[in-house]
Design a protein around this ligand. Structure first.
Ligand SMILES: [Mg+2]
Length: 423
């Protein structure tokens, strides 16, 4: 038996934990693409590193003093005020007025003018998430943290089938008492069906699937975990709209090999997947959106700043990424996407140099850049010897240097050392 435990509107609920005056009213949490990383002088930096989180970027800049006015309002100095940012989590009272996640804050306030919008504070959410994880682990031996506010638990042999509903209800109450957080819990014999069941449990409820086939028959494919927009489109081209349609098309899914078979098994609850212990990070990335920038050297500088942050995060988890990605979005809608395989020992100088070349080799459109994404993936555990013999000595020296910088940054902050290309 699997439980899937999911906090209702997590960020919004977390804010209510810290500020009880937000309870019972329409409220939401909003975020802006945080551009502080590009500023040359920063104060109030707080670094937070977390190896366990596969979901939230482990580097935070926290500024507890920010208010709605200072965080969301842009003033151009000529009396023009603009509300920026998007909604990242909305309370059920706000949802009742039509407020949705990813809606611009300005639009959400038109839907619900009396709503209170709070600037996001990720370090808080992270701390709360860890405490909740610890608590659930104290109640159930086999727990997998799936995202910042979602957990799978395998209770086989721990709680009998007869008692599992009461067990989940009690757990829900205990979490409310201890943390003031509302969770919903889905229960099923199969892991992914339990996650699906949580949708039926929300808000603040428990839902147990007795019969997988009849429960899933009419569920739209989009509701199933892992079926994104692209996949849903592909399925609809085959007249597949519900999970029942998937079950009826076994041969088709088996023709699609691994991903098709995996989906078929998950949908029918025959995957036999257990919970996995630590979810290993597969990639590290940062993305920033901003007003158009025309100055090529400024774009390059920003890429270098992002490279420093990624390098810090990769070093913090002792990863050796071997694929680098650079994506640039432009205001006319064009995009540059470059990928480079670098099977060498990862270091900040090597990473920066590669990105610089990747950027310089590209033909750039004659318009402003509005979005930058830098990502690394394909972490290798290879011994240095198999990575690249030619550059082994050089790579080792650079890795050593990067490690030294890492130690200084851990003590004094990520801004303490910058290299020439960032200035
Ligand atoms: Mg949630």
């Amino acid at each position: 038996m699997f439980l899937h435990i999911d906090v209702d509107s997590f960020f919004a609920s977390a804010e209510r934990v810290f500020d009880p005056s937000l309870r019972g009213i329409p409220m939401a949490v909003g975020s802006r693409s945080n551009l502080e990383i590009f500023e040359s002088k920063r104060s109030r930096i707080r670094l937070m590193n977390d190896n366990s989180g596969a979901f939230v970027a482990p580097v935070f800049y926290s500024d507890a003093t920010r208010t709605f006015e200072s965080y969301f309002i842009d003033d151009d100095g000529k009396g023009e005020r603009r509300i920026r940012g998007i909604i990242t989590s909305a309370s059920y009272e706000a949802r009742a007025c039509g407020v949705k996640t990813t809606m611009p804050v300005a639009q959400a306030l038109q839907c619900c003018p009396q709503m209170v919008v709070v600037p996001s504070c990720y370090p808080h959410y992270h701390t709360l998430s860890k405490a909740l994880h610890r608590f659930i682990c104290s109640k159930i031996p086999q727990v997998e943290q799936y995202s910042i506010d979602e957990f799978f638990a395998d209770v086989s042999g721990w709680v009998s089938k007869k008692e599992v509903y009461a067990f989940a209800s009690k757990l829900k109450e205990e979490i409310m008492q201890k943390f003031m957080l509302p969770v919903s819990i889905g229960i099923s014999d199969a892991k992914w069906i339990a996650k699906l069941a949580t949708k039926s449990a929300k808000p603040y409820g428990v839902f147990m699937v007795e019969d997988i086939e009849s429960y899933t028959r009419t569920v739209p494919i989009e509701d199933f975990p892992g079926i994104g927009k692209g996949f849903a489109r592909k399925l609809k081209a085959h007249y597949i709209h519900t999970l029942g349609d998937i079950k009826a098309q076994k041969a088709l899914f088996y023709r699609w090999k691994k991903p098709g078979i995996q989906l078929y098994k998950r949908v029918t609850g025959t995957d036999g997947e257990g919970i996995s212990g630590k979810s290993a990070r597969k990639s590290i990335g940062i993305s920033r959106t901003f007003d158009p920038i025309y100055d090529i050297s400024e774009i390059k500088r920003r890429i270098m700043v992002m490279a420093r942050h990624i390098s810090y995060m990769a070093m913090a988890i002792s990863a050796n990424p071997t694929t680098y990605y650079l994506r640039i979005g432009y205001e006319n809608g064009t995009r540059i996407k470059v990928r480079r395989k670098v099977t060498r020992i990862f270091s900040e100088p090597l990473f920066k140099k590669s990105l610089e070349e990747m950027f310089e080799n590209e033909e750039k459109p004659y318009c402003g850049a509005i979005k930058l994404t830098v990502t690394v993936s394909d972490f290798t555990k290879d011994t240095p010897r198999t990575l690249s013999l030619l550059s082994l000595d050089e790579d080792r020296t650079k890795r050593h240097l990067t490690r030294t910088m890492q130690r200084l940054r851990e003590r004094f902050g990520l801004d303490i050392i910058k290299t020439g290309s960032e200035l």
